[in-house]
Structure formats: C-alpha cells, structure tokens
Design a protein around this ligand. Structure first.
Ligand SMILES: Nc1ncnc2c1ncn2[C@@H]1O[C@H](COP(=O)(O)OP(=O)(O)O)[C@@H](O)[C@H]1O
Ligand SMILES: [Mg+2]
Length: 387
C-alpha cells in the first residue's frame, strides 16, 4: 500500500522542477523537427469544470466531445463496464504476440493501384480503420538503457546455463543474444513498450461484432490479439491521461525505439471547421458529416496562397456532382457565380436558384478563325515574342 495517493516525487518541489525541466527539453526536441507542435494542457483542460469535461473525465467516462456532462459508474466485476457501455481491452504486451515484421508504413489497398501506393501508418488498422468506438493507447518507457542491457546479459547467462536442459531455453537465449547484439551494433535505444486498444459498445449483443473487428484488425497486422481480463483494471487506470507512471511494467515488452515507433498511430480523423465559409461533406471512411473550408481557412493558415481549385477524376467519379454542391454552398453564402457550362451539368442548379442561363445552338453558330500570318520586323516586338 502506498502512503499517499500521489507518488512521493510529486510532493518535492525540487523534483517537480527537475521534471518540468526535462519535459521542457523534450518538448523543444520534438518541436525542433518542425513537424509537430506541442501545447501544454491547462488544469481546466485536464480536470473538469461545472459545464465542460476535462480530458481525464472524458477518458474515464468514455465521453464524446460535445456530449452532455454525465457521471458514470465504472465496474470491473463482469468485464469492464462504464455506465451503460460494455468494454473490452486488447493488448500488445508480449513480444511473442507481436507481428513478425513491422515498418513505418503499409499500403492501403482500397486507395492503391498497381502503379501507385497509398501509404498509411502500420498501426492504422487499430486507429482510424477500426470501425467501432475505441481508444488506442501507446506507451514507450525509456529506462536506464545500461541497466536494461545488464539485466538482459545476466538473463542470457542464466538461459545459457539452462540451455542444456531444454531446447526452449536455448532458443530464448538466442533471442536475447540477438537483441543485445542489435542494440550494440546498431546503437539502438532499448525501451519498454505497450500498446492496447479499448473498445466499447452500448449494445451487449454487439460486443461479439466489436470483438471480431478488433481481432480482424490485429490479424491484418499479423499480431495475436490478447484479450485482457485479470490485468484489465490496472491497465485501464494506467491509461488515465498523465497517469502512465502507474502503468504495470510487467505488461510491457522489450524493444527498440525504432521498432516501437512503428506502432504509433499518426493519422487523425477529419475535424469540422467552425469557419463561416465552407461546404458540408461526408468524411470518406464512415460518412460522418463534416464542415470543411477549402478557401479562407487554408489561406489564413498559409497552406495555400490563392483560392484556385482543380477537381480531377475519371468520368463518372463525381466531379460535376461535387462542383454543383460546392457552387451551391458558396452561392448560398452570398458568392456571385459565373459558370461556363459545357456539358449542361449546372442547368438544374441554375434553375433552382433562379439564375440566368445563356446557351447556344451548335447548328446556328459560325466560327471565325483569326490567324496571324505577318509579324512586322520591329525589334521590340521581336523581343517580346521571343520571351
Ligand atoms: N457524392 C456522391 N454521392 C452519391 N452519388 C454520387 C456522388 N457523386 C456522384 N454521384 C453519382 O455519380 C454520378 C456521376 O457523377 P458526375 O458528377 O456526373 O461525374 P463526373 O462529372 O465526374 O463525370 C452522378 O449522377 C451521381 O448520381
Ligand atoms: Mg461531369
């Protein structure tokens, strides 16, 4: 039993300062790569206020953004149950259950062709591609590397002396040996890692489907799904944002920083924009409605420098359909629209909004071809033509 509910270290001002310094250095290193920006959460964003839930309660009560504040019971008696939600926890916590190969990316077959690859993150099957409510938790613990290697050396010696008794020991010894060799020869940082996915549904009948989804996703990564039961509570509590220090270290596997980072989920979901100019679209994975500003917002953020658009796709892929929708959305926001309609795709829209539609009859039209056959030999014209 612990004497206090918070770790002793958090009560010492000196250690707290040291921790803040380290965290600050970590943030600088991450931001220096130019690809990520970090934001320190405020107390209010972590904890709750009377009207809005903080991230800690969002995790504990499985609340969605913008949902009404509600307090839910958490029970571990019959599996994990949070309010009326039935949960299941799947872990990647044992080196033996991991995929035999991992990489930073995989192909997404649905959007790839023979010639073009559409890359997604290696762990995307457990992230955006998992079609049910879930939280994917990722842990990497950087211990004292020297101490870890020393421990592994003595484990190797122990296995070596036992290898005469069983082939299993001999194989385990080889594995430890390989790990030690790789860490020295490739200068890899040994770390401990753990990944888990918490899925939930409010319909008990659907729990089976949800389980199948996770198993399929893990099988896609060629990993063995492990459904957590006894250790589930401890892993769940360790997952409270900011509480990773309480995570059970025996639920981690030894790996290197490079390999472990393959299991990070990089893709985020589409987010609705609050910009007043925009169009309503459905996000392509689940068809969820999304409000997107393709003009002013990316300009303001400096992603684009003008509002030109290029809509490209094979015949029948929905170019005209999308353009109709875009033009109508902008029209309703007060934009003036002048459209040259070659295929009569916008006649309906024009009638709908009581616009003017000018058209022509191909039989009655005569084309006048103007051709330039003579260029006077004046030096300044030459010059401008040559340019
Ligand atoms: N987002 C969409 N949702 C549903 N149906 C669509 C969508 N986009 C296109 N379609 C269907 O596909 C058909 C062809 O689309 P269209 O815009 O005419 O293609 P394109 O102009 O690229 O040749 C349309 O008649 C429409 O019924
Ligand atoms: Mg068209």
């Amino acid at each position: 039993m612990r004497k206090s509910i918070v770790p002793d270290e958090t009560l010492s001002p000196q250690l707290t300062q040291e921790f803040l310094d380290n965290a600050g250095q970590f943030a600088v290193i991450l931001e220096d790569c130019g690809l990520v920006r970090l934001k320190r959460l405020t107390k209010q964003q972590l904890a709750s206020s009377s009207r809005e839930f903080g991230i800690i309660e969002k995790y504990c009560y499985l609340l969605e953004t913008n949902s009404q504040p509600v307090i839910r019971d958490i029970s571990f008696k019959n599996g994990i149950q949070i309010g009326s939600q039935y949960c299941q926890l799947y872990t990647l916590a044992d080196a033996a259950d991991l995929p035999p190969l991992c990489g930073s990316r995989i192909n997404y077959d649905k959007y790839s062709t023979d010639k073009t690859k559409f890359s997604i993150g290696f762990a995307a099957p457990l992230g955006l591609l998992l079609p049910c409510n879930h939280i994917y938790n990722q842990y990497v613990f950087i211990d004292d590397a020297q101490a870890t290697l020393k421990k592994l050396e003595s484990k190797k010696l122990r296995l070596q002396s036992l290898s005469a008794y069983s082939r299993g020991n001999s194989i385990a010894m080889d594995a430890v040996n390989d790990f030690l060799n790789e860490s020295i020869s490739e200068q890899r940082l040994p770390i401990k890692a753990h990944f888990n996915v918490l899925v939930w549904t409010s319909d008990k009948e659907k729990l089976k489907d949800v389980k199948n989804m996770v198993s399929t996703s893990l099988a896609q990564m060629e990993a063995m799904p492990k459904q957590e039961t006894l250790g589930a509570a401890q892993i769940f509590w360790g997952g409270i944002p900011g509480n990773a220090g309480d995570f059970p270290s025996n639920d981690c596997f030894d790996s290197f920083a490079e390999q472990a980072s393959c299991f990070f989920n990089q893709e985020t979901n589409y987010r609705s924009s609050i910009s007043p100019v925009g169009i309503r679209l459905g996000e392509r994975l689940n068809g969820m409605p999304c409000h997107v500003d393709l003009s002013d917002e990316p300009m303001k953020k400096g992603i684009i420098t003008n509002r030109n658009k290029f809509i490209l796709g094979p015949s029948g892929s929905g170019k005209s359909f999308f353009t109709n929708h875009m033009v109508r959305s902008y029209y309703e926001q007060g934009t003036h629209v002048v459209l040259v309609d070659v295929g009569h795709s916008y006649k309906g829209l024009c009638t709908l909004v009581n616009g003017y539609y000018f058209t022509y009859d191909e039989k009655k039209i005569r084309f006048a071809l103007i051709r330039f056959t003579f260029l006077p030999e004046i030096p300044w014209i030459r010059k401008s033509v040559n340019r």
